[in-house]
Design a protein around this ligand. Sequence first.
Ligand code: RB5
Length: 148
Amino acid sequence: MKIAIGNDHVGLELKETIVEELKKRDYEVIDCGTNSSDRTNYPIFGEKVAKLVADKDVDLGIVICGTGIGISIAANKVKGIRAAVCSEPYSAKLSREHNDSNILAIGARVVGKEVAKMIVNEWLDAEYEGGRHQERIDLISEIENRND
Ligand code: RB5
């Protein structure tokens, strides 16, 4: 399993915690930065991760900023991306099972490290259920195509 991860300066410390967790699972991690605590802009890193996911260079992506919101909005601008901001494990699991989320967004100012690890693990353990959910995913893709 190959995972791309990206963050702004606010998300740097939580990124390091999550990377350790991913390595425990023997995942290959593609770090899209930033790796500096200097102030930067989250869209840069949201797009980098989203491109890798959309181009299928990686299986999934994780993005982190202060709230998870800005970087998820940026990632969701890339066609084929379904980035879900999650602050607890239940939504993370359902975002995979029902929404086929391909990027998980976390707010470093919102959740602590231990909850973030639980969110990541629930998300990675869950599988897309398909079935009735596919019709909805297809409708989302149609919105993308209509608004290209
Ligand atoms: C940076 O201060 C902050 O705005 C950013 O990390 C994020 O929370 C935006 O959504």
